[in-house]
Design a protein around this ligand. Structure first.
Ligand code: GLP
Length: 244
């Protein structure tokens, strides 16, 4: 694992944006895996700046998002669809046909087929070149909660109580946080050619420590990253603080 500890969140975001720029320079039609949550917001602002100043173009880029709340429509302001368009896509030159985000309104009867197709669609695009990840306080990746199989693929999952509490800050009432989500699996994530995990803040320090130097166990989903050939962690000093 390549670990970069930056001075602060702004530098973390700039470093992450640099990695996107390098990737798109080498391959303008790259397939990017994207994450939500508060951590990648700085990266997304940097990408918008680079695009608006004519330094970075997304015309040929394809994106796959990690996850979406189950039961929320894409127009719901709490959905990850809404988040992605509001915080990134609306400001870029990306083609809407190249944007893939799980659909939170797929009927239960069609969900297996839908998740299979999502997985297949990644394969049809020749796989993810560069996957961005955040990390949950409990070590989750996407919505792969502790106990998720390392062999898991895109599927419907239940959110843990810990995640519901952690994500309640985005909702006016904890009872409004969806209890389920569609998420890429850990095996889906591990197939990406390169992975970059971003973590900021003291609340992530223990999860980062367990992911980097802890036992590789399904109880800490992010620990699977120790088995990937090309992982970079970009951390701020607080998130890195338990590593020493
Ligand atoms: C959610 C997302 C994850 C994300 C995590 C951490 O649960 N499904 O993909 O990594 O939140 O979010 P934050 O960056 O807000 O701490």
């Amino acid at each position: 694992m390549n670990i970069i500890t930056t001075k602060n969140y702004e530098e973390l975001s700039k470093k992450a944006a640099e990695l996107v720029a390098q990737q798109l320079q080498q391959k303008p039609n790259s397939v990017l895996g994207l994450a939500t949550g508060s951590t990648p917001l700085g990266l997304y602002s940097q990408l918008i700046k680079l695009h608006q100043s004519g330094q970075l173009f997304f015309k040929d880029v394809v994106t796959f998002n990690l996850d979406e709340y189950f039961g929320l429509s894409g127009s719901d302001e709490h959905s990850y669809h809404h988040y992605m368009f509001a915080n990134l896509f609306n400001q870029l030159d990306i083609a809407s046909a190249n944007i893939f985000i799980p659909d939170g309104l797929i009927p239960l009867t069609e969900i297996k087929r839908y998740c299979f197709d999502y997985e297949q669609s990644i394969i049809d695009h020749r796989g993810i070149d560069l996957q961005f990840l955040g990390i949950g306080n409990n070590g989750h990746l996407g919505f792969n909660e502790p106990g998720s199989s390392f062999n898991s693929v895109t599927r419907l999952v239940d959110l843990s109580a810990n995640t519901i509490t952690a994500n309640a800050r985005f909702f006016s009432d904890q009872n409004l946080v969806p209890r389920q989500a569609i998420t890429m699996g850990l095996a889906t994530i591990m197939k990406a050619r390169k992975i970059v995990l971003l973590a900021s803040g003291i609340a992530k320090a223990e999860a980062v420590r367990q992911a980097v130097v802890g036992e590789v166990t399904e109880l800490v989903p992010a620990s699977i990253l120790q088995q990937h050939r090309d992982v970079t962690l970009i951390l701020d000093p607080d998130a890195a603080s338990a590593l020493k």
